[in-house]
Design a protein around this ligand. Structure first.
Ligand code: UFG
Length: 344
């Protein structure tokens, strides 16, 4: 079966996608610079699938090393590009780091594609491109609002760079996937989310608080215009998200795309507040999550959830996992991490 390059394949969404790709028989080459990921994830992927994917420790910003990598693996048929920096707050402090990491790597890949005769490109985008949508649930045709952070801006500009490049080259096709909030872990608990240092995202903070690594969770904002005052998001199981990438790659390789650039929302269609997430987590795990209501976090969107019907109908894909199961998987993963830490 076809060989797929997965940049950022050691990371959270990337590693779960590599597993799903290998499960259906794709051969995978991972490029990752391990800047926000751990090489042990390769062992987890191998344990789940029985296959150790090819791995190259390269920064996608390094054009010459990427060129050499494409020469070495000269039969890659599609690229799934995850590798990017993704901490919203950090992007405000270090904008150039974000523009460089997220845009130079993208431009390098798009430049190298014709040289190495690769036509197919799947891109990790984000619901962040919608800002605060006027109409919910949000569809793919909703207007793109000015980005609230350099990180968000890199996703908007990235989408534009892809569209311009694909339309300028008749051989190219691309699928842009706009993720809502991925959470949870693989059912084997061999891979999951592994944030470096203090987590920025909600779920790792919830599980780390539940296990006692953090004293309490801060709930950012309690006076939003939502039923309980906390922000609403569309939380999707990372394995459901990973499976959508397999379908996207199959679609693009089988020339089933309806336009040269297709864009899909990947969400469940259900919005849940921060307080609802805490409540469901406590229910399914039986573990309390001490929390405090604090002020709003700068740059947060009040509420956003997906209309996933275009992906449901066109890709034949649906987010199957319940939020209960998803939260349980995150908890099992956190407990597994704690056991590993004890054993070390
Ligand atoms: N939250 C808390 N306490 C925390 C962490 C988060 O209350 O300790 C709240 C946030 O205020 C927000 C919700 O939980 O209301 C979700 O926050 P996340 O940080 O988990 O995710 P975001 O919705 O902010 O998502 C953003 C971007 C994504 C990006 C993601 C990764 O919109 O595109 O951050 O960092 F992928």
């Amino acid at each position: 079966m076809a060989k797929i390059l997965v940049t950022g394949g050691i990371g959270y969404i990337g590693s779960h996608t590599v597993v799903e790709l290998q499960k259906v028989g794709f051969e995978v080459v991972i490029v990752d610079n391990l800047s926000n990921s751990n090489i042990d994830v390769l062992n987890g992927i191998e344990k789940i699938t029985g296959i150790r994917p090819a791995f190259e420790n390269i920064d996608c910003v390094d054009y010459l090393s990427m060129d050499r990598m494409f020469e070495k693996y000269n039969d890659i048929e599609a690229i799934i590009h995850f590798a990017a920096s993704k901490a919203v707050g950090e992007s405000v402090e270090k904008p150039l780091l974000y523009y460089r990491n997220n845009l130079v790597s993208l431009i390098n890949l798009l430049q190298l594609m014709p040289i190495h005769k690769i036509n197919n490109f799947v891109f990790s985008s984000s619901c962040t491109v919608y800002g605060q949508p006027d109409i919910l649930p949000v569809t793919e045709s909703a207007p793109i609002k000015p980005a609230l952070s350099p990180y968000g801006n890199t996703k908007q500009i990235g989408e534009e760079i892809i569209r311009d490049t694909i339309y300028a080259n008749p051989c190219y096709q691309s699928i842009i996937l706009r993720y809502f909030n991925p959470i949870g872990a693989h059912s084997s608990a061999e891979i999951g989310e592994l944030p470096n240092g203090v987590p920025n995202n909600l779920l790792p903070f919830v599980t780390q608080t539940a296990i006692g690594l953090r004293k309490h969770l801060q709930v950012f904002g309690s006076n939003y215009n939502t039923p309980d005052g906390s922000c609403i998001r569309d939380y999707i199981h990372v394995v459901d998200l990973a499976k959508a990438h397999v379908i996207a790659v199959q679609r693009i390789l089988n020339h089933k795309t309806k336009s040269r650039v297709e864009t899909f929302n990947l969400g469940t269609g259900r919005g849940l507040s921060v307080l609802e997430i805490i409540e469901i987590f406590e229910e399914v795990t039986g573990v309390k999550v001490p929390y405090r209501l604090v002020g709003r976090r700068e740059g947060d969107i009040e509420k956003v959830w997906a209309d996933p019907s275009y992906a449901n109908n066109e890709l034949g894909w649906i987010a199957n996992e319940t939020v209960e199961e998803t939260l349980r998987s995150a908890w099992v993963w956190e407990q597994n991490l704690a056991q590993r830490a004890k054993a070390e």
